[in-house]
Design a protein around this ligand. Sequence first.
Ligand SMILES: Cc1cc2nc3c(=O)[nH]c(=O)nc-3n(C[C@H](O)[C@H](O)[C@H](O)COP(=O)(O)O)c2cc1C
Length: 159
Amino acid sequence: MKTLVVYYSFDGNTRYIAENIAAETGADILELKPVSDIKNRRFTKYIWGGKQVVMGKKPELQKISINPQEYDTIFIGTPVWAYSHSPAVSTFLSEFEIKGKKLALFCCDGGSKGKTFSNMREYLKDNSILAELEFIEPIKGDEGKAAQAREWARAVIGE
Ligand SMILES: Cc1cc2nc3c(=O)[nH]c(=O)nc-3n(C[C@H](O)[C@H](O)[C@H](O)COP(=O)(O)O)c2cc1C
């Protein structure tokens, strides 16, 4: 059974969780990288990024060398932007018609995931969604979030 972890991360939290999941399960890993991403890491990133979500932007991604269709189980991870998934994940979900897969969704946020998972589910109707998990700022102090991610990933794979 082949497993893929696909994610976007701007500040590294989602990457941290994605890398733990991949290490635990032996999955391949795919980082989504927009051709043009936020330039400013300070406060304006919230305005720029929030606007992208509200306007339903689907930024062009750098070339993807992995074919998601070849995998049985896919973990999909995103930071929460404006109470939803990130624009890079929107592009991925629209460009690759994911069907007939076992999926597990995870997100990283500051405490308000809003409609992130339900919005992602809209793109993923023809799949079996095994699990969803929210991580609140996992890099800050960690507090066992890596271990939690690994345990969760093992449980998903075991299903
Ligand atoms: C543009 C933007 C919008 C955000 N909107 C939310 C939000 O709606 N709710 C929330 O809890 N956190 C929000 N955050 C915080 C991030 O979701 C949080 O810091 C997350 O851990 C970042 O993941 P990353 O490090 O993988 O990029 C937002 C951050 C950015 C940059």
